[in-house]
Design a protein around this ligand. Structure first.
Ligand code: SME
Length: 148
């Protein structure tokens, strides 16, 4: 799917009144629309933890609560910056969830300067994520921030 089409669809989900579980719907849309997005999850900041919210992928992750600063997820939450890891096996911060994962992108969801959550996506291909994915997902994160 084109990024612009996905943005329109996400807008439609989020701005529909009384939608059932819009965050889950957005996760489902992302995971099913982009072949490289093998596993898509939202983590929400609660105190000094990231707590897993809606997700979609082949398997559940054991990492349902990640301390800020730990893993790629915790690093992105702490810095407020998007992380793209082309080869997870070479990143010492990486917390392994799925044996098939080769690359990962984590995009913070912010309210003002404060990180309130993040989008975490694992791919089974190495270097699956580009600056275009980052720009697209940062737009999605902005849209989600008003609905968390
Ligand atoms: N790999 C992440 C942990 C979350 S799982 O990918 C779902 C990390 O290093 O923080």
């Amino acid at each position: 799917m084109e990024y612009a089409d996905a943005i329109s669809k996400i807008q439609a989900i989020l701005f529909k009144k009384d939608a059932t579980n819009p965050l889950q719907q957005v996760v489902d849309l992302l995971q099913s629309s982009f072949p490289n997005y093998s596993w898509v999850g939202l983590y929400l900041v609660q105190g000094d933890l990231l707590v897993l919210g809606p997700w979609r992928g082949k398997e559940a992750t054991e990492h349902t609560r990640i301390p800020l600063g730990k893993g790629i997820c915790g690093s992105a939450a702490q810095s407020g910056r998007t992380e793209i890891v082309d080869d997870v096996s070479k990143d010492t911060r990486y917390l392994s969830c799925f044996l098939s994962t080769r690359s990962e992108i984590v995009v913070p969801i912010k309210r003002g300067a404060r990180v309130i959550g993040e989008i975490d996506i694992d791919a089974d291909e190495p270097a699956a994520f580009s600056g275009k994915d980052a720009a697209f997902l940062e737009k999605v994160a902005d849209m989600l921030s008003k609905h968390i």
